[in-house]
Design a protein around this ligand. Structure first.
Ligand SMILES: *Cc1c(COP(=O)(O)O)cnc(C)c1O
Length: 421
């Protein structure tokens, strides 16, 4: 076994954060370079015509892959060393059998959906989901005869099953948890049980979880029985608000299917994006841990503030409630996303947002810098007000993504902006 693939020391299983600098990279293949170079090349040279033939046989599934045989490097829409090493490292966090990196989170979601959905199928999705996913489900999939049916995040298992059975031929349950921006949790294990009961011999109902908000540190849906985990790697995995990328993880056989469709849709990330993500992964745990601890302090500060009406934060879920029970079953930490309602309405919220000095006024999340935005008129503005209200989104709500700054500085900025709201 090569140095790059060692995951244990004398029987001790190494944690993902210990492996992010070296795993799956062989320096001897790159002139001994300590760091993986950027393989900025569109195509790869075969050693012989026979090798080229064998690589294509595997790539196009023309014959069974030998037990030791791997897909050779052919062309950078199929595979590339930066992406392959990145995929091997991403598998470690979620203990996945396979991974596929994409040029965006939306590319990961749409490629997975197109691989597993057929005309006449129904996708059941939690509500609200990311605006791009919602648009894809509502406006793009129907062109291919696929219907989308939403369900409220905190629906009980029995209610979800009833809704799914009434919806038609469900092929996929798509879950985003915690919900954005309300931090409502969807019970992943309950969704998996419902999908199992809806499955028939020869027709598996798959569960896909968009794990962007808590993963890959604080929530591991594959371990809870989900078939796929999806990420907008633009957020925490990239972590510096300087790239767009996506990831899909799942079982080895499933991921082979996803990667094959990725080849033909052409949604693979570029070597440069892959290299940036390799660099980001080295500090993933460090960043997410710091952001989570900072968020805890910020949420406590907001909860005590007289101008704040309500805080939506996973670390403040009341003991004994169904939501708290779900949290304890599936989350390892409360993450770093906080929403809160100010006393007043849009006017007060805007005054507050315009007064911030350390926080930046921007959408997106999961970067090193702290961001604030107004869901009702920004990220969720295409949802009709009546539906917004049903989802718990109101004009007095502000969403925060907490970064790695000094937490007291963050609270000081919030305090001065609140005093002007
Ligand atoms: C940002 C985001 C997406 C879309 O990802 P892109 O990288 O922007 O394509 C999907 N799901 C969630 C939860 C997101 O936050």
């Amino acid at each position: 076994m090569s140095h790059g693939h060692k995951t244990t020391i004398r029987g001790r299983k190494l944690r993902p954060e210990s492996l992010m600098m070296t795993y799956a990279y062989k320096p001897e293949l790159s002139e001994g370079a300590l760091k993986c170079p950027i393989f900025q090349t569109s195509t790869f040279v075969f050693k012989s015509a026979e090798e080229g033939k064998a690589f294509f046989e595997i790539a196009y599934g023309l014959r069974e892959q030998g037990p030791k045989e791997e897909l050779g490097l052919i062309y950078s829409r199929l595979n590339n060393p930066d992406l392959e090493i990145l995929e091997d490292r991403l598998c470690l966090w979620d203990e996945a059998g396979g991974a596929a990196v994409f040029e965006s989170g939306m590319a990961a979601i749409s490629t997975l959906a197109l691989e597993y959905l057929r005309p006449g199928d129904v996708v059941m999705h939690s509500e609200p989901v990311y605006g791009g996913s919602e648009y894809f489900f509502r406006h793009i999939l129907p062109r291919y005869g696929i219907k989308a049916v939403g369900f409220r995040g905190d629906l009980s298992e029995a209610e979800l099953e009833k809704a799914a059975r009434a919806a038609g031929r469900v092929a996929m349950v798509f879950v985003e948890t915690p919900c954005n921006p309300t931090n409502v949790l969807v019970d992943i294990k309950a969704c998996v049980r419902v999908a199992k009961r809806l499955s028939t011999k020869g027709r598996r109902v798959i569960v896909a979880v968009d794990n962007t908000f808590l993963g890959p540190l604080w929530q591991h849906p594959l371990k809870l029985g989900a078939d796929f985990v999806l990420y907008s790697a633009t957020k925490f995995i990239g972590g510096h608000s300087d790239l767009i990328a996506g990831v899909c993880l799942g079982g080895a056989a499933d991921m082979k299917r996803v990667r094959t469709l990725r080849t033909f849709l052409g949604t693979l990330a570029s070597p440069w994006t892959g290299w940036l993500l390799l660099r980001s992964l080295e500090t993933l745990k460090l960043r997410m841990t710091c952001m989570m601890k900072n968020a805890q302090k910020v949420a406590d500060f907001l909860a005590e503030h007289p101008k704040v009406e309500k805080v939506y934060y996973l670390g403040h879920l009341e003991e004994g409630t169904p939501q708290r029970k779900v949290y304890e079953e599936q989350c390892l930490a409360p993450g770093s996303m906080i929403s809160f309602d100010l006393k007043g309405g849009e006017k007060q919220a805007f005054k507050f947002l315009n007064a911030l000095e350390l926080f930046s006024l921007a959408v997106s999340l999961g970067g090193t810098e702290s961001l604030a935005e107004h869901p009702a008129t920004m990220t969720h503005s295409d949802i009709p007000p009546k539906d917004q209200r049903r989802m718990g989104i109101s004009p007095k709500m502000v969403r925060l993504s907490i970064g790695v700054e000094n937490p007291e500085d963050l609270c000081a900025d919030l305090a001065q902006a609140l005093s002007r709201a």
